[in-house]
Design a protein around this ligand. Structure first.
Ligand SMILES: *Cc1c(COP(=O)(O)O)cnc(C)c1O
Length: 231
């Protein structure tokens, strides 16, 4: 189907090359398919071809495809901006909410998870480029928010996610990836309560090799797997 399986094997080869170049063990980076605007059949094709999980951006689209059983056999992540009034649709429904960007949202997810008697895994989204129009907590506030995890026993912080500024030059995001990796290592070392940090989600179709060289553990690839999106 539209070369989805071929695209995935080509990406796997590039991932292996980047891992080897960085002196990292083979298979240390996970491949998440960013499935927005791709229908259930295309999502199933990506899962059949062996992606490590699927990430959706919009709650409604996720619910539609979930109802079609599109994600069977793969972990499901939410990777888009999450409005507080939509959190109720995700808690206990997805394996990981990657885009927690405020104390208020964290607190709400904790309350919902408690009511539903589930433990919800999350990542904190960090606005590593300090861009005004982008969601995510400022890098300087990531540690403070991670420390507040102690108050939220129905949630487990698994790590951090970032979308760096759009870069036109080759290697343009290396310094942002490096800064994110440092933040991930530093906060992980603090072993805050209700944290079990093993995930750093960064790198997309155009820059995942650079993210791998700087220590990412999960890349999120849309275009590279499914082709250009038809808006
Ligand atoms: C769409 C999207 C991606 C994938 O982007 P591509 O450039 O198509 O690989 C990754 N992360 C998030 C949060 C996205 O919305």
């Amino acid at each position: 189907m539209d070369h989805i399986a071929e695209n995935i094997s080509r990406i796997r080869e590039k991932m292996a090359l980047a891992e080897a170049r960085a002196g990292r063990p083979a298979g240390s980076v996970k491949l998440l398919a960013a499935t927005k605007m791709n229908d259930a059949d295309r999502v199933r094709a990506a899962i059949a071809a062996g992606v490590d999980g699927c990430g959706e951006n919009r709650v409604q689209e996720l619910q539609e495809k979930l109802a079609q059983n599109a994600y069977a056999g793969a972990p499901l992540h939410f990777i888009g901006h999450l409005q507080k009034n939509k959190a109720k649709f995700l808690v206990g429904q997805v394996d990981l909410i990657q885009s927690v960007d405020s104390l208020a949202l964290l607190s709400l997810i904790d309350r919902l998870a408690g009511e539903r008697q589930v433990k919800q895994d999350i990542l904190i989204e960090v606005n590593i480029g300090g861009e005004a129009a982008k969601s995510g907590v400022p890098a300087e506030q990531a540690d403070e928010l991670a420390g507040r995890m102690a108050e939220f026993s129905n949630v487990c912080l698994r790590g951090f996610m970032t979308i760096p500024p759009i870069s036109t030059e080759k290697g343009g995001n290396l310094r942002f990836f490096a800064k994110m990796y440092q933040l991930y290592v530093d906060i992980r070392a603090k072993k805050y309560d209700n944290t079990s940090i093993d995930c750093l989600s960064m790198g997309m179709s155009d820059d995942f090799a650079d993210a791998i060289s700087e220590g990412t553990t999960m890349i999120r690839v849309g275009t590279g797997i499914f082709g250009a999106r038809q808006y």
